[in-house]
Design a protein around this ligand. Structure first.
Ligand SMILES: [Mn+2]
Length: 429
């Protein structure tokens, strides 16, 4: 009852709109203009997907009639992106107008002297609904809500960005506070000191209703149920844990736990498949076929196939044929055979080293190491093994100490020879 009277009194004294429900879309790390040079052949497809998915997100914002959109940093890959990329972003952001979009500079696109956010060719053409958060001055996107920004000014920082928040000393007790920052939650073992460390209790300690974060690429809700990484909307590479996400958030009243819905937004999938080869290529081919059958929508998938083990032949035609077939199934295919040991490696190396004293010398050194380890390389022709003039006196205690010190074993030598053969084939043939 006391609360009811209190609310009535406040309503009489301070007539204002009482926010009962605020809704917004939280996204981050679009990294528009990403080079994707690792997958150069399809880099354009990767860049296009990032823009297309961004457009879908803006459509979702309109359909759900959110009050505003938050982009928590790294909208751009860097501050050097082409004007064309920045114009495309502006156009995408305009599609949810009149819904306001708030953009926080991140460590990829910080507010430095050369910032994209200071480039007139970008800012002169910004649609009216887009607001760049250039300072930590609070902004009110809708009545009853205060947005506390912590724009990034440098590539790295030891300082907690949430310390930048300017929380008013006096404010209505119903005011919903939303922080927006870019950095790493200080979860032990999961962050670096110079990577904008954010205190784990920042949201609760500062009385925030929601802390919208960017920088980590996976969707993540901290155990306070208020601190959230939206993740990137499209995964950025093979090592990405993310499938592409964003957060749709509603907050009923000041202090109530926000309702956070994870939106799955990714359209391209980056997959790594590791297979062991034990001599028989046919076995690998049938396993690859089986695994490939499980991939949904392969034409939108980038596949990295890692092969390891032994192939009992140096005829790798089957690998080329497999690659040709996979190319027609997937958007992109990459076969890593640097850990695939093909025999006889000695014969291949001999052919490659015939006119190459430098290569001969490296092989001879490796042969010395193998000899010192007590396991001479089986299929290495003698003339190649002694090309550098092996002298058992040279394989002295010093080398032995070195091998012991680094824990180098016969398998390492074999692997080095395989890699050497692969590299030499690439470079010399
Ligand atoms: Mn970042």
């Amino acid at each position: 009852m006391k609360n009811v009277i209190g609310n009535l009194l406040r309503t009489v004294e301070l007539p204002r709109m009482v926010i009962e429900l605020v809704s917004f879309l939280h996204t981050a790390d679009w990294q528009i203009g990403m080079k994707a040079s690792r997958v150069a052949d399809v880099a354009e497809d990767v860049r296009k997907a990032r823009l297309d998915t961004a457009r879908q997100l803006m459509r979702m914002a309109s359909q759900r009639e959110v009050d505003f959109v938050l982009i928590a940093g790294d909208l751009f890959e860097n501050n050097l992106v082409h004007n064309e990329a920045s114009h495309r972003v502006a156009e995408v952001l305009s599609t949810c107008s009149p819904i306001p979009v708030y953009v926080l500079p991140g460590n990829h696109d910080p507010l430095t002297a050369d910032s994209i956010y200071g480039r007139l060719a970008f800012t002169d053409y910004l649609p009216g609904n887009v607001h760049i958060l250039r300072t930590s001055e609070p902004v009110s996107p809708v009545p009853g809500v205060l947005l506390l920004p912590a724009p990034v000014m440098s590539k790295e920082s030891y300082r907690d960005p949430t310390e930048e928040f300017q929380i008013p000393s006096e404010m209505g007790e119903d005011l919903i506070l939303i922080g927006i920052a870019h950095g790493s939650l200080s979860i032990p073992g999961k962050f670096q000191e110079n990577d904008f460390p954010i205190a784990l209790d920042a949201a609760t300690r500062l009385g925030l209703d929601y802390l919208a974060l960017g920088h980590w690429h996976s969707f993540y809700v901290h155990n306070d149920k208020r601190t959230v990484y939206a993740g990137t909307h499209e995964p950025t590479g093979f090592d990405s844990q993310s499938k592409g996400a964003a957060a749709y958030v509603t907050i009923k009243t000041k202090g109530s736990l926000p309702n956070i819905e994870q939106l799955d937004t990714g359209t391209l999938s980056w997959q790594t498949l590791q297979l062991s080869v034990d001599g028989d290529p046919d076995h690998v081919i049938s396993r690859v076929k089986h695994e490939v059958g499980k991939v949904q929508n392969p034409s939108a998938a980038l596949l990295r196939l890692e092969l390891k083990g032994h192939a009992e032949s140096d005829d790798l035609e089957w690998l080329k044929e497999l690659n040709d077939w996979l190319k027609t199934c997937f958007l992109y295919i990459e076969i890593d055979r640097s850990r695939l040991i093909t025999r006889p490696v000695g014969r291949r190396l001999k052919k490659l080293a015939a006119d190459n004293p430098f290569l001969q010398a490296i092989i001879s050194d490796l042969a010395d190491v193998a000899f010192a380890l007590g396991q001479p390389i089986q299929d290495l022709p003698d003339d190649l093994a002694s090309a550098g003039g092996r002298d058992s006196d040279i394989i002295d205690d010093k080398l032995q100490d070195y091998l012991d010190g680094w824990g180098i074993c016969a398998e390492d030598v074999e692997e080095a020879l395989i890699m050497l053969a692969s590299i030499a084939e690439e470079v010399l043939s």
